[in-house]
Design a protein around this ligand. Sequence first.
Ligand SMILES: [Zn+2]
Length: 138
Amino acid sequence: MADIPVWTDERLNKLKKLWEQGLSISQIGEELDVSRNAIAGKVYRLGLPKRQSPISGASSGPKAAPKSDSIADMDASTLPLKLALRTINWSRSQCSWPIGDPKSTAFRFCGENVVQGKPYCNEHCFDAYTTSRESGSN
Ligand SMILES: [Zn+2]
């Protein structure tokens, strides 16, 4: 019985297949009824690619998706930009004439539809251009 070869072609192929499927050494050992050491040695000698991914083994738990972390980071960093763009869109089509004291919470922008090609509504265009022309303050 001792001269039965452990590694027949069939078993070698199965080892490679199981290895590619990502089974652990001990799992492959159970499949082939071979000790872990024999599997490890064979894998090493066959030069099978090391699977150093964290998927196999202990850390296949809640930390299995590191990609979602980076996506969350991207979202967080792009959010202010989106908000900024939205503000720009808003001010393009609506009067951005400031109303009230910018330091107070009651401060807001006019928000009326702008005159085409101007940053302000009709009324505030009038205000803007007359005050600057007369250079007088009230
Ligand atoms: Zn206005």
